[in-house]
Structure formats: C-alpha cells, structure tokens
Design a protein around this ligand. Structure first.
Ligand SMILES: [Cu+2]
Length: 609
C-alpha cells in the first residue's frame, strides 16, 4: 500500500508541504493557453499546523514551488488549451495520473510516468464544470483504493464558462489519510490505535479556514470529494441550492427548475457538487461532514484518544476535528431588530439515561414532557417532536445525563444561539454554553416550513449520538395534527456505541410494518446513523414498488421533481426524504437497506385489505 522506503526517510531533509486554499490557478495563462509544470514529490504535511504531527506523504508542486495539499488548482476559462508537464520525483515509485484531459472525459484516461520520468500532455479544457485530477503510486483504479501516502495527490480542475466572469466562489477538496502502518481493515470506526486525518483543503478542524460573510451575501462553494469514502455534508441553520453534481471527469450543471434545496448533500467517493447559499440569519454556523468519526477527535492525527472530546474546555474547538468549517455571518446593518413573537407552546425535552441498554454501557436518549405521563426510561429513537409551522415554541432541554450535552435541530432555520453547538452557536459576544448535568437550556424557535427534520445531540457525537440521542422532528401545517396511522417515520440509526454497531430501523434490526390497501401514506425516511450512505428499497417480489418523492431535508420538491419512481433511495447520514406511497395489492413487501451492495438490514411490510 505504500513504499517501504518512506518510513526510513529523514523528515528533516524533506520539503514542507503547504496547504492550499484554491484561490488562484497555478500556471501561466497567455493567449488562450495555460502552461503548467507540475512535479510529484514526497514531503511533510501538517494537517493540524503546529498542533499535530508531520505526516510523510506525496504531494504535487508547481515546479520550483512548495508541494501543496490539495494539489495546485487548475482553473481556466472554457476554450483554453492546457499544456501540462509532469515530473515524477517520488523515489522508486511509478506515477499514474488521472484527469489531465478534456471534459467530459473517460475514467481510464491516464498518464503513466516512471520514477524520475517526465510527461507532457496537451488538451482542450472542454465543458465548464467542477472536476479534479489525481494520481496514484500503487495503480489504484479509483480514489476508493487510495488511503495513505498517496491519498493527497490530487487537486481541483475548474472550467469556467466562456465569456462569463469568474464567479466569486470557493473550491474545497476533501481528503482522508490513514496511517500506512496500519492495515486498512484494522483502521476502522472506533479503533483508537489508528492515526488518521480528515481534511478540507489540507487542514483539519479547528485549523480549517474560517469564513466571514454578511447576511444576504451570495455564496457559491464547489466541493470535491477526492477521498476514498462518502461524505454527507451538512449546513446548519439554512438551506442551500444544489447547482451541480458530478465527478472527476464529468459534471451536470442544473437548470433552475432542476435545482433543489437541501441541508445535507451526500458526495460519494470521487463525487463533486456545487452549492449556492444566501445566509439570512447572523451568527456562527457550521458546515460539516455528518459522518460522526469525520467530525470527531477520532480523526485527529495528533491524538489517539477518541474520547478526549468529553473533557475538552471548548466543545467547538476541542470536541470536534476533521471535516468541519466555521462560518460567521455578520448582521445586516440595515435590518430592523427582530422582536421574538410571544411563545404559545412549551415543551420539555429531557436527556436521560437508560441503564444497561448496551450491556455495561448505558443507553442515552430523550423523553418528551408536555404535562402528561412520560416513560421512566428513554427509548430509541426518541419520541417524534411534532411542531407547527409558524407557531413559536419554547423547548426546555433538561440534562439528566452524568455529562454535558447540547441539542441540534437539524434542518430547522432558527436563531444561531439555539442551534445547539456548545461554545460556537450564537454571536461572538454571546455563545451558547454546553448544558451541564442537572442543568437546562431554553430554546426558542418558530419553524418556518413544514417537513421532516431531526433533533439530536451535538456533543461528543461519536458516543452520545450512537448511544441513542436522536429523534424525528416533524413540522406540520397549522390546523393539521400528526396521524401516526398514515404518517410513518422510517428512521435509520446505529445500535449503540460499539465499534461496528448494527443498523436499526425505528430501533429494530428486523422491523415489521403494517399498511392498508388504498390508503396513502407519507413515509418520512431519516438517516441519523453514525456513518455511511445506504440504499433503502421497498419491493414486491424482485421489483421495487412505486412511490412519489415529495420532499428532501424538509423542503418540498419543486413540482417538476415530484415524480413517481421505483422505491429505491440512496440516503446519507443527516438526510431526510419524504415519499407518498399507496399500497395497491395485498401481500408482503420487503424493506431492504444496502450499503455498497451488501444487505445490512431487512424488514417486512404487510399490506392488509
Ligand atoms: Cu465524512
């Protein structure tokens, strides 16, 4: 998987690798031709700057410059010819370079460069879009097979539309690095021995670039997943529009009516997407990968202790690591101060312990208290929290856990202070605290749209969330009431904080549902598992049944996208999808959840007359 010689290299003689904010194209553009000299070298990379170790990896440099992670940005207007020379200065390793060709292109279009060799390539840029180039020293056919020394050999390739000015945007490349001294199958979720890094533009939170925008700024972010695994990217407190989706060699830029809103977008390994975001509420916000390990100290190369987050002084800075970006949105100078509307409804949400749920480990969870009878112990998932659009609600979060916590209202557009990231949410002069054991925190919100959302802990997530601290948050129209007969939540989560926990649907490994012929159901599909992207399907015999997509992440789909289609949906962590389904024949449906093709959960749905 890596060159044996690498471990013996004297790091003092290796060049420092610098990180790359992807602000300006490498090379020289004259007369419609970009000339660029690249070289692949070995160097020392510090994803946590001076707070963490130097990692010996391969990286691309512009000839004469420092090696960079991600690799030098190649950004040209449509119609440009590119002339790129590449030298392989990695000792004794052949280099295979993918992606230096016209777009759209073919996956297998590569350049082979022997050790100490050099190649030149000339090509037309091709179609506008967000792409990337990458290389391997081990013959990896895709980025999925690259995990250690070679995994940061890659950078963005952006083709801007002809005539249009270069948009004010930013380009982000996601990378994952695993310690080459550990075999990959051991380098799994929950394994404290393994050193790893998860980076955005070469850096791990809290060292990632910080952003400052003003309310109503137009933000365009291009995201490139050059890593070996999927990343569901989640924005707090606002929706974004998905403008494009693609991969290294092709891109689809959506027409206006094809775009849709989301708060979480899953990029498969090797995938790309562009989001447009106009922040409406001031304060501190996060954009992060919702795979819990990728946002936890678990992925700190400088720390082998994933539980460190529990004892940190500042949850936001010390309790998270990896694929997290911090954004401060400045208030508009012309806006009228917002007067909070009078609260009409009060809810108590109690974080509580279910002793012995996972053997020696306690279960955690939520109890809902609106004055009636509440169970003694929390179940999992937590009870659905049903709110009304436009109705101001006050939620008192009571912490009966033996440790601090906080609750995030995933997908809800609300004031930053109530967003649930301890020591981060709010304004710099007034940040929300963690909720201490025995203490409580009062949240106010007025949900502005109906739909399917999630409430969950945002504190030491890798342990608290997998221990059961999540539930569906459903917002209905005024006058509507929640009818559990026709309104069905299908919530995917994990069975406890074990290293490789089972997947559950509504808390069960083999769920059974009953539906009736001729009744139209709203199925609210939610994934709040620890990691991964999975395909959920409903089938009769060998064929999927048909359902109609109606919403994504709580936002109604535009009419043109509300299509009947086979009941099969890829869902990443932190995503929600709503479907309408009307059973038409009696019998038994199979509910299946697959990850990378492998069956990870099977349930049945009985259709009664
Ligand atoms: Cu991730």
């Amino acid at each position: 998987m890596h060159s044996p010689a690498l471990a013996q290299l004297d790091t003092d003689t290796l060049p420092d690798i610098v990180t790359n904010e992807n602000r300006a194209s490498a090379g020289t553009l004259t007369g419609g031709v970009l000339e660029l000299d690249l070289e692949a070298r070995t160097g020392v990379w510090r994803p946590e700057k001076s707070d963490g170790p130097g990692l010996v990896v391969h990286a691309f440099a512009e000839e004469g410059g420092s090696p960079r992670i991600p690799a030098p940005l190649v950004r040209v207007p449509e119609g440009t010819e590119l002339r790129i020379r590449i030298r392989n200065r990695i000792a004794d390793m052949p280099l295979v370079v993918h992606g230096l060709h016209t777009r759209p292109g073919e996956v297998g279009d590569t350049l082979q460069i022997p050790p100490a060799g050099e190649r030149e390539v000339r090509f037309q840029a091709g179609a506008p879009g967000t792409y990337f180039y990458w290389a391997t020293t081990t013959g990896a056919p895709t980025t999925v097979e690259r995990v250690s020394d070679e995994a940061q050999l890659g950078g963005a390739f952006i083709v801007d539309p002809r005539g249009g000015s270069v948009a004010e945007d930013r380009v982000f490349v996601i990378g994952i690095w695993l310690d080459p001294d550990d075999r990959r199958e051991e380098a799994r979720f929950g394994d404290a021995k393994v050193r790893r890094a998860a980076v955005v533009n070469g850096l791990s939170w809290p060292h990632t670039e910080r952003f400052r925008y003003a309310v109503r700024d137009s933000i365009r972010w291009r995201w490139i997943n050059a890593s070996d695994r999927p990343h569901p990217m989640h924005l707090h407190g606002s929706y974004f529009l998905v403008e494009s989706r693609g991969d290294a060699v092709r891109d689809t830029i959506y027409q206006e009516e094809e775009r849709r809103l989301g708060v979480t977008e899953t990029m498969q390994a090797g995938g790309t997407f562009t989001l447009l975001w106009v922040p409406e509420r001031p304060g501190n916000w996060l954009f992060h990968c919702h795979t819990l390990a990728h946002m936890s100290p678990e992925f700190r190369p400088g720390s082998a202790a994933p539980a460190e987050g529990r004892h940190t002084k500042n949850h936001a800075l010390g309790g998270m690591a990896g694929l997290v970006l911090g954004v401060e949105v400045l208030p508009s100078t012309t806006a009228e101060p917002v007067v909070p509307p009078p609260v009409r409804r009060h809810v108590r949400l109690v974080a509580a312990v279910d002793p012995g749920r996972y053997g020696t480990e306690p279960g955690y969870g939520f109890l809902l208290d609106e004055g009636g009878v509440t169970p003694a112990y929390p179940g999992r998932p937590g009870p659905p929290l049903v709110l009304t659009r436009g109705e101001p609600v006050q939620i008192t979060v009571v912490n009966r856990l033996p440790e601090p916590t906080s609750v995030h209202w995933h997908g809800i557009e609300l004031e930053s202070y109530f967003d649930g990231v301890a020591d981060w949410s709010g304004m710099p002069e007034r940040l929300a605290p963690a909720i201490a054991p025995g203490d409580s925190f009062v949240v106010q919100m007025t949900p502005p749209r109906t739909g399917t959302f999630i409430y969950h802990t945002h504190f030491d997530e890798l342990r608290q969330l997998t221990s059961g601290m999540y539930g569906a948050l459903i917002v209905l129209e005024p006058g509507q009431s929640f009818d559990p007969r026709t309104d069905r939540v299908l919530l995917l989560s994990n069975d406890g904080p074990a290293p490789v926990p089972n997947l559950l649907l509504n808390g069960k490994q083999a769920p059974e549902l009953e539906l009736e012929i001729g009744t139209t159901y709203r199925l609210r599909l939610i994934s709040i598992a620890a990691h991964g992207a999975r395909v959920v399907s409903l089938s009769a015999g060998d064929d999927p049944v048909s359902w109609r997509a109606i919403a994504k992440d709580g936002a109604d789909l535009p009419p043109a996208q509300r299509l009947a289609k086979p009941a099969r949906q890829l869902i990443g962590v932190g995503e929600t999808y709503d479907f309408e389904y009307t059973p038409e024949a009696p019998g038994t449906l199979r509910l299946e959840v697959r990850q990378r093709g492998e069956l990870v959960l099977a349930g049945i749905i009985k259709i009664a007359r």
